[in-house]
Design a protein around this ligand. Sequence first.
Ligand SMILES: Nc1ncnc2c1ncn2[C@@H]1O[C@H](COP(=O)(O)OP(=O)(O)OP(=O)(O)O)[C@@H](O)[C@H]1O
Length: 246
Amino acid sequence: MEFKGIAKAFGSLHVLRGVDLVVEPGEVFFIIGQSGAGKSVLVKHLIGLIRPDAGRIFLDDVDVTDLTEKELYDVRKRCAMVFQNSTLFDSMTLLDNVALPIRKHKSVSTKDARQMALEKLKLVGMADYHDRYPADFGDGMRKKVAIARALTLDPEYVIFDEPTTGIDPISAAMVDKLIRHLADHHGVTSIVISHDLRSIFGIADRIAMLYKGKLILDGTRDDFRNSADPIVQQFITGNPSGPMEV
Ligand SMILES: Nc1ncnc2c1ncn2[C@@H]1O[C@H](COP(=O)(O)OP(=O)(O)OP(=O)(O)O)[C@@H](O)[C@H]1O
Protein backbone atom coordinates (compact mmCIF):
# COMPACT_ATOMS: atom_id res chain seq x y z
CA MET A 1 0.00 0.00 0.00
CA GLU A 2 1.44 3.33 -0.95
CA PHE A 3 0.43 6.94 -0.36
CA LYS A 4 2.29 9.54 -2.41
CA GLY A 5 2.00 13.20 -1.49
CA ILE A 6 -1.56 12.96 -0.16
CA ALA A 7 -3.17 16.30 0.62
CA LYS A 8 -6.75 16.74 1.80
CA ALA A 9 -8.67 19.70 3.14
CA PHE A 10 -12.28 20.08 4.20
CA GLY A 11 -13.03 23.75 3.55
CA SER A 12 -10.35 25.68 5.40
CA LEU A 13 -9.35 22.67 7.52
CA HIS A 14 -6.16 21.25 6.02
CA VAL A 15 -6.12 17.75 7.44
CA LEU A 16 -3.36 16.16 5.34
CA ARG A 17 -0.56 18.30 3.91
CA GLY A 18 1.51 15.87 1.84
CA VAL A 19 1.73 12.38 3.30
CA ASP A 20 4.12 9.79 1.85
CA LEU A 21 3.86 6.31 3.23
CA VAL A 22 4.60 2.76 2.08
CA VAL A 23 3.25 -0.29 3.89
CA GLU A 24 5.11 -3.47 2.94
CA PRO A 25 3.37 -6.82 2.35
CA GLY A 26 2.62 -8.73 5.54
CA GLU A 27 3.33 -5.80 7.84
CA VAL A 28 1.28 -4.78 10.85
CA PHE A 29 1.54 -1.04 10.39
CA PHE A 30 0.21 1.36 13.02
CA ILE A 31 -0.87 4.93 12.36
CA ILE A 32 -0.92 7.04 15.48
CA GLY A 33 -1.57 10.65 16.36
CA GLN A 34 -3.91 12.88 18.32
CA SER A 35 -7.67 12.87 17.86
CA GLY A 36 -8.45 14.73 14.69
CA ALA A 37 -4.91 14.27 13.30
CA GLY A 38 -6.36 12.74 10.13
CA LYS A 39 -5.67 9.04 10.67
CA SER A 40 -9.09 7.88 9.51
CA VAL A 41 -9.14 10.38 6.68
CA LEU A 42 -5.80 9.01 5.44
CA VAL A 43 -6.79 5.34 5.40
CA LYS A 44 -10.22 6.02 3.89
CA HIS A 45 -8.36 7.14 0.73
CA LEU A 46 -7.26 3.55 0.20
CA ILE A 47 -10.74 2.31 -0.53
CA GLY A 48 -12.07 5.42 -2.20
CA LEU A 49 -14.23 6.60 0.70
CA ILE A 50 -12.34 9.89 0.51
CA ARG A 51 -10.65 11.34 -2.60
CA PRO A 52 -7.43 13.35 -2.24
CA ASP A 53 -7.02 16.97 -3.33
CA ALA A 54 -3.49 16.00 -4.43
CA GLY A 55 -1.39 12.85 -4.46
CA ARG A 56 -1.79 9.24 -5.57
CA ILE A 57 -2.71 6.01 -3.81
CA PHE A 58 -1.47 2.60 -4.92
CA LEU A 59 -2.51 -0.89 -3.95
CA ASP A 60 0.23 -3.20 -5.18
CA ASP A 61 1.06 -1.43 -8.41
CA VAL A 62 -2.48 -0.39 -9.20
CA ASP A 63 -3.23 3.32 -8.99
CA VAL A 64 -6.59 3.40 -7.18
CA THR A 65 -6.81 7.19 -6.87
CA ASP A 66 -9.34 7.85 -9.60
CA LEU A 67 -11.22 4.58 -9.82
CA THR A 68 -14.97 4.70 -10.33
CA GLU A 69 -17.34 3.28 -7.70
CA LYS A 70 -17.70 0.19 -9.87
CA GLU A 71 -13.95 -0.29 -10.17
CA LEU A 72 -13.60 0.23 -6.42
CA TYR A 73 -15.74 -2.83 -5.83
CA ASP A 74 -12.73 -5.08 -6.43
CA VAL A 75 -10.47 -2.90 -4.32
CA ARG A 76 -12.91 -3.13 -1.42
CA LYS A 77 -12.91 -6.90 -1.69
CA ARG A 78 -9.12 -6.96 -1.52
CA CYS A 79 -8.90 -4.35 1.22
CA ALA A 80 -11.42 -4.73 4.05
CA MET A 81 -12.03 -2.17 6.75
CA VAL A 82 -13.06 -2.96 10.31
CA PHE A 83 -14.73 0.23 11.45
CA GLN A 84 -14.45 1.50 15.00
CA ASN A 85 -18.09 0.84 15.72
CA SER A 86 -18.63 -2.19 13.53
CA THR A 87 -21.63 -3.80 15.12
CA LEU A 88 -23.15 -7.24 14.76
CA PHE A 89 -26.84 -7.91 14.27
CA ASP A 90 -28.18 -8.93 17.67
CA SER A 91 -30.99 -11.00 16.21
CA MET A 92 -28.63 -13.22 14.19
CA THR A 93 -26.29 -15.98 15.34
CA LEU A 94 -22.56 -15.38 15.10
CA LEU A 95 -22.48 -17.70 12.10
CA ASP A 96 -25.19 -15.84 10.23
CA ASN A 97 -23.57 -12.50 11.03
CA VAL A 98 -20.39 -13.70 9.34
CA ALA A 99 -22.24 -15.46 6.49
CA LEU A 100 -24.12 -12.28 5.58
CA PRO A 101 -21.44 -10.61 3.41
CA ILE A 102 -20.66 -13.92 1.73
CA ARG A 103 -24.27 -14.30 0.68
CA LYS A 104 -24.34 -10.70 -0.46
CA HIS A 105 -21.16 -10.83 -2.58
CA LYS A 106 -20.82 -14.40 -3.75
CA SER A 107 -23.42 -16.46 -5.51
CA VAL A 108 -23.32 -19.39 -3.14
CA SER A 109 -26.04 -21.33 -1.34
CA THR A 110 -26.89 -20.54 2.27
CA LYS A 111 -25.33 -23.84 3.27
CA ASP A 112 -22.03 -23.06 1.52
CA ALA A 113 -22.00 -19.51 2.86
CA ARG A 114 -22.41 -20.91 6.38
CA GLN A 115 -19.58 -23.37 5.83
CA MET A 116 -17.31 -20.56 4.63
CA ALA A 117 -18.38 -18.41 7.58
CA LEU A 118 -17.53 -21.24 9.96
CA GLU A 119 -13.98 -21.29 8.56
CA LYS A 120 -13.63 -17.60 9.35
CA LEU A 121 -14.99 -18.10 12.86
CA LYS A 122 -12.38 -20.84 13.28
CA LEU A 123 -9.69 -18.44 12.21
CA VAL A 124 -10.61 -16.04 15.03
CA GLY A 125 -11.15 -18.82 17.56
CA MET A 126 -14.93 -18.43 17.77
CA ALA A 127 -16.19 -21.49 15.85
CA ASP A 128 -17.35 -23.29 19.00
CA TYR A 129 -19.86 -20.51 19.61
CA HIS A 130 -21.20 -20.24 16.06
CA ASP A 131 -24.85 -20.81 17.02
CA ARG A 132 -24.84 -18.32 19.87
CA TYR A 133 -25.93 -14.67 19.73
CA PRO A 134 -23.79 -11.52 20.06
CA ALA A 135 -25.44 -10.56 23.36
CA ASP A 136 -23.89 -13.64 25.00
CA PHE A 137 -20.39 -12.21 24.62
CA GLY A 138 -18.19 -9.38 25.79
CA ASP A 139 -16.63 -6.70 23.61
CA GLY A 140 -13.46 -8.60 22.77
CA MET A 141 -15.24 -11.65 21.46
CA ARG A 142 -17.74 -9.54 19.53
CA LYS A 143 -14.86 -7.62 18.00
CA LYS A 144 -13.28 -10.91 16.94
CA VAL A 145 -16.51 -11.89 15.18
CA ALA A 146 -16.61 -8.48 13.46
CA ILE A 147 -13.06 -9.17 12.28
CA ALA A 148 -14.12 -12.63 11.04
CA ARG A 149 -16.88 -10.91 9.07
CA ALA A 150 -14.35 -8.52 7.51
CA LEU A 151 -12.28 -11.53 6.45
CA THR A 152 -15.08 -13.30 4.60
CA LEU A 153 -13.97 -12.21 1.13
CA ASP A 154 -10.35 -13.20 1.87
CA PRO A 155 -8.89 -9.69 1.79
CA GLU A 156 -5.14 -9.30 1.38
CA TYR A 157 -5.30 -6.02 3.27
CA VAL A 158 -7.25 -5.12 6.39
CA ILE A 159 -7.61 -1.68 7.92
CA PHE A 160 -8.50 -1.70 11.61
CA ASP A 161 -9.85 1.59 12.94
CA GLU A 162 -9.17 1.70 16.68
CA PRO A 163 -9.82 -2.02 17.22
CA THR A 164 -9.07 -1.97 20.95
CA THR A 165 -10.62 1.36 21.90
CA GLY A 166 -13.22 1.06 24.64
CA ILE A 167 -12.63 -2.60 25.41
CA ASP A 168 -11.08 -4.13 28.51
CA PRO A 169 -7.34 -5.01 28.57
CA ILE A 170 -7.82 -8.78 28.26
CA SER A 171 -10.16 -8.37 25.29
CA ALA A 172 -7.75 -5.87 23.77
CA ALA A 173 -4.90 -8.36 24.11
CA MET A 174 -7.06 -10.98 22.38
CA VAL A 175 -7.67 -8.65 19.45
CA ASP A 176 -3.97 -7.74 19.25
CA LYS A 177 -3.02 -11.40 19.17
CA LEU A 178 -5.48 -12.00 16.36
CA ILE A 179 -4.12 -9.11 14.25
CA ARG A 180 -0.58 -10.46 14.72
CA HIS A 181 -1.74 -14.00 13.88
CA LEU A 182 -3.41 -12.85 10.64
CA ALA A 183 -0.14 -11.25 9.54
CA ASP A 184 2.18 -14.05 10.64
CA HIS A 185 0.14 -17.05 9.52
CA HIS A 186 -2.13 -15.77 6.76
CA GLY A 187 0.01 -13.07 5.15
CA VAL A 188 -2.56 -10.33 5.79
CA THR A 189 -1.15 -6.82 5.53
CA SER A 190 -2.71 -4.56 8.16
CA ILE A 191 -3.00 -0.90 8.89
CA VAL A 192 -4.09 -0.31 12.47
CA ILE A 193 -5.23 3.08 13.69
CA SER A 194 -4.75 3.19 17.42
CA HIS A 195 -4.19 5.25 20.54
CA ASP A 196 -3.54 2.14 22.57
CA LEU A 197 0.11 2.29 23.61
CA ARG A 198 0.06 -1.30 24.78
CA SER A 199 -1.10 -2.51 21.35
CA ILE A 200 1.28 -0.22 19.51
CA PHE A 201 4.34 -1.35 21.43
CA GLY A 202 3.07 -4.92 21.63
CA ILE A 203 2.49 -5.86 18.00
CA ALA A 204 3.54 -3.13 15.53
CA ASP A 205 6.11 -3.92 12.87
CA ARG A 206 6.21 -0.27 11.99
CA ILE A 207 4.53 2.89 13.19
CA ALA A 208 3.86 6.26 11.58
CA MET A 209 2.84 9.31 13.56
CA LEU A 210 0.70 12.05 12.01
CA TYR A 211 0.99 15.56 13.38
CA LYS A 212 -0.30 18.76 11.77
CA GLY A 213 -1.02 17.04 8.49
CA LYS A 214 2.37 15.39 8.04
CA LEU A 215 4.18 12.29 9.19
CA ILE A 216 6.64 13.30 11.84
CA LEU A 217 8.12 9.83 12.25
CA ASP A 218 7.83 6.55 10.35
CA GLY A 219 9.80 3.73 11.93
CA THR A 220 10.01 0.72 14.19
CA ARG A 221 8.99 0.54 17.84
CA ASP A 222 12.63 1.17 18.79
CA ASP A 223 12.81 4.18 16.50
CA PHE A 224 9.86 5.61 18.43
CA ARG A 225 11.23 4.73 21.85
CA ASN A 226 14.60 6.25 20.97
CA SER A 227 13.29 9.27 19.10
CA ALA A 228 14.67 12.58 20.28
CA ASP A 229 11.61 14.41 18.91
CA PRO A 230 9.86 15.93 21.95
CA ILE A 231 6.45 15.67 20.24
CA VAL A 232 6.90 11.95 19.64
CA GLN A 233 8.07 11.47 23.22
CA GLN A 234 5.15 13.45 24.63
CA PHE A 235 2.69 11.35 22.67
CA ILE A 236 4.14 7.93 23.44
CA THR A 237 4.54 8.70 27.12
CA GLY A 238 1.08 10.28 27.32
CA ASN A 239 2.45 13.40 28.96
CA PRO A 240 -0.24 16.11 29.31
CA SER A 241 2.35 18.88 29.21
CA GLY A 242 4.87 19.38 26.44
CA PRO A 243 5.30 21.01 23.05
CA MET A 244 2.36 19.26 21.37
CA GLU A 245 -0.49 21.59 20.45
CA VAL A 246 -3.78 20.15 21.58
N1 LIG B 1 -16.10 14.05 5.61
C1 LIG B 1 -15.61 15.04 6.36
N2 LIG B 1 -16.03 16.30 6.22
C2 LIG B 1 -15.51 17.32 6.95
N3 LIG B 1 -14.55 17.15 7.89
C3 LIG B 1 -14.10 15.90 8.08
C4 LIG B 1 -14.60 14.78 7.34
N4 LIG B 1 -13.94 13.67 7.75
C5 LIG B 1 -13.09 14.08 8.72
N5 LIG B 1 -13.18 15.40 8.92
C6 LIG B 1 -12.36 16.19 9.86
O1 LIG B 1 -11.01 15.89 9.60
C7 LIG B 1 -10.26 15.86 10.82
C8 LIG B 1 -9.53 14.55 10.93
O2 LIG B 1 -10.49 13.50 11.18
P1 LIG B 1 -10.10 11.98 11.40
O3 LIG B 1 -11.37 11.26 11.63
O4 LIG B 1 -9.21 11.51 10.32
O5 LIG B 1 -9.26 12.07 12.74
P2 LIG B 1 -8.53 10.90 13.51
O6 LIG B 1 -7.07 11.22 13.52
O7 LIG B 1 -8.92 9.59 12.92
O8 LIG B 1 -9.12 11.11 14.97
P3 LIG B 1 -9.73 10.11 16.08
O9 LIG B 1 -8.54 9.55 16.77
O10 LIG B 1 -10.50 11.04 16.95
O11 LIG B 1 -10.58 9.10 15.35
C9 LIG B 1 -11.25 16.12 11.94
O12 LIG B 1 -11.18 17.47 12.29
C10 LIG B 1 -12.59 15.78 11.30
O13 LIG B 1 -13.62 16.52 11.89
